[in-house]
Design a protein around this ligand. Structure first.
Ligand SMILES: Cc1cc2nc3c(=O)[nH]c(=O)nc-3n(C[C@H](O)[C@H](O)[C@H](O)COP(=O)(O)OP(=O)(O)OC[C@H]3O[C@@H](n4cnc5c(N)ncnc54)[C@H](O)[C@@H]3O)c2cc1C
Length: 412
C-alpha cells in the first residue's frame, strides 16, 4: 500500500483529496488528510460578516462532510515533517509515514509579528476580518462606530486575497453612506505598495475608485509599529497615520511546522516549481494553495485552477511518467466595490489584469475592471459553487489556463 498524506483540509487540500481519490486505486493507495480543526471555513465570506451580510453559519461546514468516501481524516495539529525519513509528527502522538506528501496548510494572519499590534487593543480599537472571530468582532465595532478616522492597513505583502482589503474599504464606504454617517468618517487606505494594487492597469483603476469615494491613500507605508496610546501607525521612515478605528491585515505567514521542518522561506511558504508544485528540495513533497511560494496571488481561485494541473501531473509522476501539464499562474477574483456592484480581474504569471469582458457561456460575460451588478451577484453566488461544485471536485466550465478571449491588449 502506498500512502499519500495531505496536510491541511482547507480549499486546496480538500479539492486535491476529492479529485485524487477516483484517480488512485483504493487497493493500492491510502489517502489521509490532516487538519488541526474539524471546521472548514469559506474565507471569502469573512468579507461580508463585518457588514452584517453573512454570519458564521454562512461560512462554516464540518470538514469531514466535505471529503469523499475513502479519504481518512485525522484531526490533529502538525508538529513537524521529517522529509528524509518521510514521516509526519503529529501533536496527537501519531507519526504516520508517507510515500508522497502534499502541503496545503495555507497562510494565516500573524499580528504577533508587528510591535504594538497584538496587544490589549486588539479587538477594541484594532480589528481584522481575516479570521472568523475577527470579522465577527469587527461587525460589532462597526455597528457602534459613529464617526472618526478609519484606517485600513495592509502590513506586508504577500497576503491572501490581495484585493480583500480594498473590497473591505469600498464596502465600508457604502455601509457608512447607508447609515448616513459617511460625512463623519475620514477613511484612509494605508499600504506598503506604491499604489492601490500591484499590477499597473488594475492599480490605476482601483486607485481612481478610492479617489472617487474620497478615500485617502498612504502608499509605500512600511509599518514599523503601532502606537496604541497615541493611536497611530508608525512607518520605518517615521511617517505617522492616526486612527480611531484600525482595520489591519497583519503579516500573513505559512504554518510554523513548515519552518521547523526546514521546508519554508522567510515567511514559512514552501518554495516549489511554479509550474508543477514539486518542492525544490524534496522529490516526494508538493505544496499547493497559499502554502506554496508562487509568484501569483494567494487565492482560492488559484488553488482551484492549480488543482487540476496538479492532480493530472501527480498521477503521471507516481507512475514514473513525465509531468506534462504546466500551471500558468491563473488567478481571478471578483472585487466588491460597494452599492451592490463588483469588478472582476483575471490574470496569470505573465499577463496583468486587463480591461474587457470575461466570457462565460450561460451566465457571462462579466465586465473586467469595471463595476457591474452582474459581477456582484456572481460573487455572492460563488459561495454555493464553492461548497457544491469546487470542493467536491466537480468540473466547472471555466478553463484552468488564462485566456485572452475578451481582453483588451495591454496598451489599449
Ligand atoms: C477575507 C478573505 C477574503 C477572501 N476572498 C477571496 C476571494 O474572493 N477569492 C479567492 O479566490 N480567494 C479569496 N480568499 C483567499 C482564499 O480563502 C484562500 O486563498 C484559500 O482558502 C487558500 O486555500 P488553502 O487550502 O491554501 O488554505 P486554507 O483554506 O487556509 O486551509 C489551510 C488549512 O490548513 C490547516 N492548518 C494550518 N496549519 C496547520 C497545522 N500546523 N496543523 C494542522 N492543520 C493546519 C488550517 O486549519 C486550514 O484548514 C479570501 C481570504 C480571506 C481571508
Amino acid at each position: 500500500m502506498k500512502h499519500l498524506i495531505i496536510l491541511g483540509a482547507g480549499t486546496a487540500g480538500t479539492m486535491a483529496a476529492n479529485k485524487l481519490r477516483p484517480l488512485l486505486q483504493r487497493s493500492e493507495w491510502d489517502i489521509t488528510i490532516v487538519d488541526q480543526t474539524t471546521e472548514h471555513h469559506y474565507q471569502p465570506g469573512y468579507l461580508f460578516i463585518p457588514f452584517g451580510m453573512y454570519t458564521a453559519d454562512d461560512v462554516v461546514k464540518e470538514s469531514r462532510s466535505l471529503l469523499a468516501d475513502g479519504i481518512n481524516f485525522v484531526n490533529s495539529e502538525i508538529e513537524r515533517v521529517d522529509p528524509d525519513q518521510q514521516v509526519v509528527h503529529l501533536a496527537n502522538g501519531d507519526d504516520p509515514k508517507y510515500d508522497y506528501l502534499l502541503i496545503a496548510t495555507g497562510t494565516h494572519p500573524r499580528p504577533d509579528q508587528t510591535p504594538g499590534l497584538d496587544g490589549p487593543e486588539y479587538g477594541r480599537s484594532i480589528h481584522d476580518f481575516y479570521t472568523l472571530e475577527g470579522a465577527t468582532r469587527l461587525h460589532k465595532a462597526l455597528e457602534s462606530f459613529t464617526g472618526g478616522r478609519l484606517a485600513v492597513n495592509v502590513v506586508e505583502m504577500p497576503i491572501k486575497c490581495p484585493v480583500a482589503p480594498l473590497e473591505f474599504t469600498f464596502l465600508a464606504d457604502s455601509y457608512f453612506k447607508k447609515r448616513g454617517i459617511r460625512d463623519k468618517v475620514d477613511m484612509v487606505y494605508v499600504t506598503p505598495l506604491p499604489g492601490a494594487f500591484t499590477k499597473p492597469v488594475a492599480a490605476k483603476s482601483l486607485g481612481g475608485m478610492l479617489d472617487e469615494r474620497d478615500i485617502g491613500i498612504e502608499p509605500d507605508f512600511m509599518l514599523e509599529r503601532v502606537d496604541t496610546d497615541e493611536q497611530v501607525l508608525v512607518s520605518y521612515d517615521e511617517r505617522k497615520v492616526p486612527y480611531d478605528l484600525l482595520v489591519t491585515v497583519p503579516i500573513n505567514m505559512g504554518a510554523d511546522f513548515v519552518a521547523r521542518s526546514g521546508l519554508g522561506d522567510e515567511l514559512n511558504h514552501v518554495p516549489v516549481d511554479k509550474h508543477t508544485f514539486l518542492s525544490k528540495k524534496y522529490d516526494t513533497i508538493f505544496a499547493l494553495g497559499d502554502a506554496a511560494a508562487l509568484p501569483t496571488s494567494k487565492a482560492g481561485s488559484v488553488a482551484h485552477f492549480a488543482v487540476d494541473v496538479f492532480t493530472e501531473n501527480f498521477v503521471n509522476y507516481v507512475h514514473g511518467r513525465p509531468m506534462e501539464r504546466s500551471f500558468d499562474g491563473h488567478a481571478n477574483c471578483f472585487i466588491e466595490s460597494g452599492d451592490g456592484k463588483a469588478m472582476l480581474i483575471d490574470f496569470n504569471y505573465v499577463t496583468q489584469p486587463l480591461e474587457g469582458m470575461y466570457p462565460l457561456p450561460g451566465i457571462g460575460p462579466f465586465p473586467l475592471l469595471h463595476e457591474s451588478r452582474r459581477n456582484h451577484w456572481a460573487k455572492l453566488a460563488f459561495r454555493w459553487t464553492y461548497w457544491h461544485m469546487l470542493l467536491p471536485g466537480h468540473h466547472l466550465p471555466v478553463p484552468n489556463a488564462m485566456s485572452m478571449a475578451g481582453k483588451h491588449e495591454e496598451d489599449s
